[in-house]
Design a protein around this ligand. Sequence first.
Ligand code: ZN
Ligand code: ZN
Length: 489
Amino acid sequence: MHIAIEGCSHGELDTIYNSVLRLEQIHGFKVDLLLCCGDFQSVRNEQDLKCMACPVKYMDMRDFYKYYSGEKKAPMLTIFIGGNHEASNYLQEFPYGGWVAPNIYYLGYAGVVRFGGLRIGGLSGIYKGPDYLKGHYEKPPYTGESVRSVYHVRNLEVFRLKQLSGESDIFMSHDWPRGIYHHGDKEKLLKWKQHFRSEVKNNTLGSRPAEELLKKIRPKYWFSGHLHVKFPAVLRHKDENTHKAKVTKFLALDKCLPRRDFLQVIEVQNAGPLELSYDAEWLTILRLTNHLLSVGTRTVYMPGPGGSERYQFTPTKEEIDDTIQMMGCNLKVPLDFVPTAQSYESSQGKPKMEQVHMPDPLLNPQTIVAPKGVRGEPHMCWHYSQAPCARRAETLLNPGRYPSSFQRDEAPLGAPKAPLPALTHCETNVMSLTRSERRHSSTVSDIRQAAQSRGSLCRTGLNPPVLPRPTPTHGKVQAETHHTLGKCP
Ligand SMILES: [Zn+2]
Ligand SMILES: [Zn+2]
């Protein structure tokens, strides 16, 4: 299968998709998956734009709202991580990932999924030391400080990713793993980006946690954006036990601008169906580490040797089997996108940002708030289809800010807060499902069927959205090769 990789998207979805389609025409292949390494800018409207950390003069709607409203459709499955220029309020609706638009999937603060038999992981945000040990305390409306810290990487996600075992094929981080420049053509890089020289010399350029993850996870490919330059590198890992060399091919790409190297297509052998699934080990790690989640500002250390509590969460086979059972033996990611805000209308003209206010926090219907546990354990939020895994944790947003209906039954789903658009078909259906029905529902139509069979049809009377399935497989797979770069037209 063919995978296209984009550096920073910066909202230029039309250009990116057109460039991929042009590459398909030139080379006669079909791209099955697009990976975007952050600065995606999933901006739906002016309020989202207000929540993006950038000077007002750069606040531009770009293209995403058209894919959100249904005016346009992503031509291939698109998976992205967050960067440091994002509609942070919207991404915070999906701490554990979800569909931000039909066919466009966000991995969450950190996430691991499977597609075509490949294991694809990612870490959102950028590393900033002072915020690394804090909880996820930020929520809209943001302050001048929290609008920036909201996208800073936290140790919880890095700790969770370090528990992964087994092979990983692809990993994405927005900022580069620190030190990766020592494994490629450093001089050429410094010719392009002379201001990197002192940081490269002191080995301070890039993310320290991403460097640790690169050395621990050792994926076959690692892709990054952020520094707006193309830079390939090859890192050879030494295994002290087996003495077998393992290699990670690193590639950083530029942002989507004319005459920049912002896009790369690779061909890899797929070993499974071209549909998006959860990774059972990752879900188990999330389940086992719920209690480590903090939403406060105080320093939180992850557990380590010497204490009485468990500090290794690489799951056992039994723990993974338990997760699979909890998921009803169905790990397919349901196609359950529902809009939660009005999208921008281009006829409105350029947004007048000084008149726009930041929105209140909102929980997406794809994310669930589990109830307070019997022993007073805190709340948690979760992607609703992962709800059977949810046992205890706390919502990443302050539960006190939600309507009381959010916590009304055993495993309620969050609903948009008035005066947002009326609840849609899917939301109402989903909300009325029992836990067991949700467990056995993997698609919107499954959910609707279950709701219908219980006579709890949606009150809006609308049909559930027909969401595109991932592009089907095509032809035979070939040996792994690299293809030409696409340049912005
Ligand atoms: Zn960036
Ligand atoms: Zn960028």
